[in-house]
Design a protein around this ligand. Sequence first.
Ligand code: 6PG
Length: 476
Amino acid sequence: MPSCEIGLIGLAVMGQNLALNIAQHGFKISVYNRTASKVDDTLTRAKNEGNLPVEGHKDLPSFIDSIAKPRKIILLVKAGPAVDKILDDVVPLLAKGDMVIDGGNEWFESTEARTTKMEALGFKYLGMGVSGGEDGARYGPALMPGGSPDAYEALKPIVEKIAAQVEEGPCVSYIGPGGSGNYVKMVHNGIEYGDMELIAEAYDLLKRLGGLTNDDLNEVFKRWNQGELQSFLIEITADIFTQVDEYDNHHRLIDKILDVAGSKGTGMWTVQEAARRGVPIPTIQSALDMRYISVFKKLRVDASRVFPKRPLATQDKERLIKDVQDALYCSKICSYAQGMILLRVASDEQKWNLNLAEIARGWKGGCIIRAKFLDRIRSAFTKNKELQSLLLDESFAEEIKEREAGWRRVVSMAQQQGIPVAALSASLSYFDAASSDHLPLNLVQAQRDYFGAHTYKRIDRTDGPHHTIWARTTEL
Ligand code: 6PG
């Protein structure tokens, strides 16, 4: 008689911690990993962390047999072909009604294809975004499950227990059909890229224009974490400034880390997806571009010799700190506005019926972008389900108006002094364009019509489209 309530395949960092989290909540779990030593490691941890109810298996048939039907099997393996490979091995062992839950950062269309395939075979499938890193997986992640709705109902009693808990409930709810769970996680990651870049630019400005030391930066970020910017990323940033270098204890580790940032692909997907759907997300895109620019280290160093920077004019510290805080906050509003519009457009096009207020609530705990600010987003979308942009929410609009001058001062000062502020300035340009009743795109339309007969619409007539034989002074 199978005694395990759930199974998990893939015992790397996330899988191992999620399995222990599930067991910690009293659900007996069966685990399997292709490399058998990981099964032993998990069993040792389960024993050491309080004799948690984990059963280990080193072959797939016995693993599958150990789970009660209808089986619930979570996959935490590398996204992409590894998921197809494991499904090929697992599917012949399953019984009708069993369900598979992919917890990786998977491309949403792959999840949709697998859902269709699995449902046709009589199984159920969920693509579930899992956020929060190692600690989140172990002590309470944010979970974003999408796919077969009845699979979610079966999983609900478990995921509601293991997810991060906030005042408003567990950080999990059914996101929607198809690949919507993966999609929401992907946009979460895009927003995460934007937040991280904005914070990095704030750090650079405070350090280079304000002359703040690592201890000063620690103080400022701790202070910011008490107010409107309160968030996991601000909190860990404060800690980062105090970490002493283990190889040279006269220095802080932050000053020894190479300025080249990696990325695993979800930020790139967000930018590609936004471009595909015609949704502008310049804050997130500039965050991705900065990671890419960082990788060209040698080129940057060579060019820095060609274009030596002038000495920086330091600024009044307290004023600068306040202006940078304002710039960061306003840019954050723009970045989330972009991400939420992308979700709304995707939801309409895919017919997912996403609940943006509920998504913001689900991000309040456990995940990397968890922040006090998400309460505000939740209430903006609760107040007005049809809200088209956070910039149109009255209270966000008021806050931007109060902070706009500081934001502009910071961006122009940085640009005058040659300090790159890609995300802060992209956010400001987004704000200016997205709140302009006129853009010079009439000229772009004229150019398109001039050289390519692409036609244009007029502001004073409803007929059209129009095409003009332009008076040419240049032969094309
Ligand atoms: C999370 C994170 C996690 C990871 C991403 C992004 O929510 O727990 O988003 O999924 O940080 O893989 O990593 P990169 O910065 O390497 O792209």
